[in-house]
Design a protein around this ligand. Structure first.
Ligand code: NAD
Length: 293
């Protein structure tokens, strides 16, 4: 069994991005600029945003965080988004999810200028992705394809089973892997909470992608010998043995599944760092106007 080391791959990619940013700076006398809107004080969201800021610092990007109160109205949040849409110094920005219950994530996503939508959530980017047109790929699926590529994991003709159909992970990764492309050409089964015989379906998979949000959901008995297992889940669970009282685990029972898989991503240190890398790559494309002029 080989561990797919997302942390190491992301460090390699950051080092090469650093060079690209230096060249960009020489040519344009500025650096790429990513902004993030953070609403409220959800500790996980704060941690994700500070990670993104840290990665921007590492590669030489400028970053800005706009922190807004939990009780901000939907209209006021949209006004903030419109300011970022109009700000010529900002190449791309994200609105950290989840948002407070009184705010519609759909309205917020639609308000972001698709040319600055470096999370790749806007329907224009999503639709372009589905048709194989240039676009900002959603950051996590983008990160997963980079990992599969880096570890030379063949996807053509393979049976991929994706568990979970969210708009940000499960659905887009199943579209990407079924498309005609280098990391693609797979036969994909997208499963979800209403899927019957889930165990049996996952057992048929050459590659399993778990994005459910339930700790240890995918167990060893569901995995075919030699399967590749990509664990997207990030779940905080209690652990009395640790001074912090808790730890992060994935959606896969790593202990059992790693004994049967050929490749597996750990949590933390697998898909997570590559999601941030996907965002960095998209922001660089936005700064270079590679996709939209
Ligand atoms: P979500 O929470 O929006 O949806 C969960 C999906 O799981 C749904 O499609 C649902 O149908 C499916 N599901 C729920 N119960 C199921 C069951 N019993 N059997 C089969 N399917 C079931 O999903 P999300 O936003 O994609 O998040 C999933 C996990 O991935 C979470 O732990 C989240 O924290 C993590 N995540 C990690 C990253 C990263 O960078 N590593 C990025 C995004 C999300």
């Amino acid at each position: 069994m080989k561990i797919i080391d997302g942390k190491a791959v992301s460090e390699e990619l950051k080092n090469s991005m650093k060079q690209d940013v230096l060249e960009y700076k020489q040519k344009f006398e500025r650096v790429p600029h990513l902004a993030a809107i953070l609403v409220g004080d959800n500790p996980a969201s704060k941690a994700y945003v500070s990670n993104k800021v840290k990665s921007c610092d590492q590669v030489g990007f400028k970053s800005s965080v706009i922190t807004l109160p939990e009780d901000i109205s939907e209209d006021d949040l949209i006004s903030e988004i419109e300011k970022l849409n109009a700000d010529k110094d900002i190449d791309g920005f994200i609105v950290q999810l989840p948002l407070p219950k009184h705010i519609s994530e759909v309205r917020v996503t639609l308000a972001i200028d698709h040319k600055k939508d470096v999370d790749g959530f806007h329907p224009i980017n999503f639709g372009r992705m589905a048709q194989g047109l240039p676009c900002y790929l959603p950051a996590t699926p983008y990160g997963i394809t980079m990992l599969l590529d880096r570890y030379n994991i063949e996807t053509a003709g393979k049976h991929v089973v994706v568990v979970g159909r969210s708009n940000i992970v499960g659905t887009p990764i199943s579209i990407l892997l079924s498309r005609k492309s280098k990391i693609g050409d797979a036969t994909v089964t997208l499963t979800h909470s209403k899927t019957k015989n889930l165990h049996y379906i996952v057992q048929q998979a050459d590659i399993v992608i778990a994005a459910i949000g339930i700790p240890g959901f995918v167990t060893a008995d569901m995995i075919k010998d030699g399967a590749v297992v990509i664990d997207v889940g990030i779940n905080r669970v209690e652990d009395d043995q640790l001074t912090s009282g808790s730890k992060l685990v994935g959606d896969v029972d790593y202990e059992g599944v790693s004994k049967k898989s050929s490749f597996i991503t750990p949590v933390p240190g697998g898909v997570g760092p590559m999601t941030v890398m996907g965002l960095i790559m998209n922001t660089f494309k936005a700064a270079q106007k590679t996709i939209y002029s």
